[in-house]
Design a protein around this ligand. Structure first.
Ligand code: ATP
Ligand code: MG
Ligand code: FE
Length: 343
């Protein structure tokens, strides 16, 4: 089975061809990060315009690299939700046109299902059910992966996502956008115990996250130091932020695994590239004899391969759309799974 995956939910225009779900024949990513950097974040209008320019050459290259023609495809998967609406619309409308002209089934795909599926590419032995921590620029979810397309959300963030927290702390500390990776690098030479930072607990749901208090604490700490004319060691602060986020993510994930009887855990999303998060979860899993799956660093961020892979499973589950498909900035992972037959 050959599925083309198209991704345009944020600032990466990406496309890939997957054979039999997990064999990636091509993976083309055109990132706009250099352009958005000067504004300190993604400018939605610019993102949409760049997707318009890039989508055709990126998809063409993905087909060429794979040595596959449109006629040979079994289906066309596209990220339809969630994300920046103007950005999503470019990929969705392109995919609709392509599916219509080529006479191929159109598979609307959920971006977070894509992040989760990055694990299947690297570890085809990983099979549901298992518990997945999805941590990215816009989401922090603890998800029970029941089947390839059926999910139950145990916990989510009440405010900022983990990636957002990394980026905002890094920005306050003077690192360029997107700050997560810079904060990670700085952490390598810092003392993670130098600063004691808040780790909020949510009374009503012990699996939920809250990261805005940590961000505010970092901003206040920097302000106070500046007013007093004190210098703060950025590496120490970076290491303390990374250790705090890693501890919270690990504690919640392990508690959910124990309480729901999972010994197989995966992580997904941009923040799963973080060295502190990977190390902390690995240690906690080793201690309990749990198996931890992590995507390779190259598949943690947004890419087309994860959409081609998730789209392949969605194709099997009967998730389909016709040319009335519309993109949506918000869509629950669970609602997306309900579009299929539960496979
Ligand atoms: P979403 O997937 O929720 O729609 P998104 O697609 O914008 O959001 P991703 O591309 O999955 O997010 O992840 C980007 C986020 O991951 C950014 O916040 C970025 O800073 C963060 N990130 C990437 N690498 C690292 C790292 N090594 N340490 C910490 N954060 C990182
Ligand atoms: Mg991005
Ligand atoms: Fe993403």
């Amino acid at each position: 089975m050959l599925i083309l995956g198209i991704e345009s939910s944020c600032d990466e225009t990406a496309a890939s061809v997957a054979r039999n779900h997990t064999e990636i024949l091509s993976n083309v990513v055109s990132s706009q990060v250099e352009e958005h950097k000067q504004y300190g974040g993604v400018v939605p209008e610019i993102a949409s315009r760049r997707h318009c320019e890039n989508v055709l050459p990126v998809v063409q290259k993905a087909l060429d690299d794979a040595g596959v023609t449109l006629a040979e495809l079994d289906g066309i998967a596209v990220t339809a939700y969630p994300g920046l609406i103007g950005a999503l619309l470019v990929g969705v409308n392109f995919a609709k046109g392509l599916a219509l002209t080529a006479g191929k089934p159109l598979v609307p795909t959920h971006h977070l299902a894509g992040h989760i599926a990055a694990n299947y590419i690297a570890h085809p032995e990983l099979k549901p059910p298992y518990l997945c921590l999805v941590v990215s620029g816009g989401h922090s979810h603890l998800v029970e992966v029941l089947t390839y397309t059926k999910f139950r959300i145990l916990g989510r963030t009440r405010d900022d996502a983990a990636g957002e927290c990394f980026d905002k702390c890094a920005r306050a500390m003077g690192y360029p956008y997107p700050g997560g990776i810079h904060l990670d690098k700085a952490s390598q030479s810092g003392n993670p115990k130098a600063f004691s930072l808040p780790k909020p607990k949510i009374a009503e749901n012990a699996y939920d996250f809250s990261f805005s208090g940590l961000k505010t604490a970092v901003v206040n700490l920097l302000h106070n130091a500046q007013q007093k004319g004190e210098t703060i060691c950025r590496e120490d602060l970076a290491a303390s932020v990374q250790a705090t986020i890693s501890e919270v993510l690990t504690e919640h994930t392990i508690r959910a695994a124990v309480e729901h009887g999972y010994s197989t855990i995966a992580i997904a999303g941009g923040v799963s590239a973080n060295s502190g998060v990977r190390e902390s979860l690995q240690k906690a899993c080793d201690k309990r004899n749990f198996t931890l799956y992590m995507p390779p660093l190259s598949l943690c961020g947004d890419n087309g391969a994860m959409i081609a892979c998730a789209g392949s499973y969605a194709f099997d589950a009967g998730i389909r759309a016709d040319s009335s498909l519309n993109a949506s900035a918000t869509m629950e992972l669970t609602d997306w799974g309900d579009m299929g037959n539960g496979q």
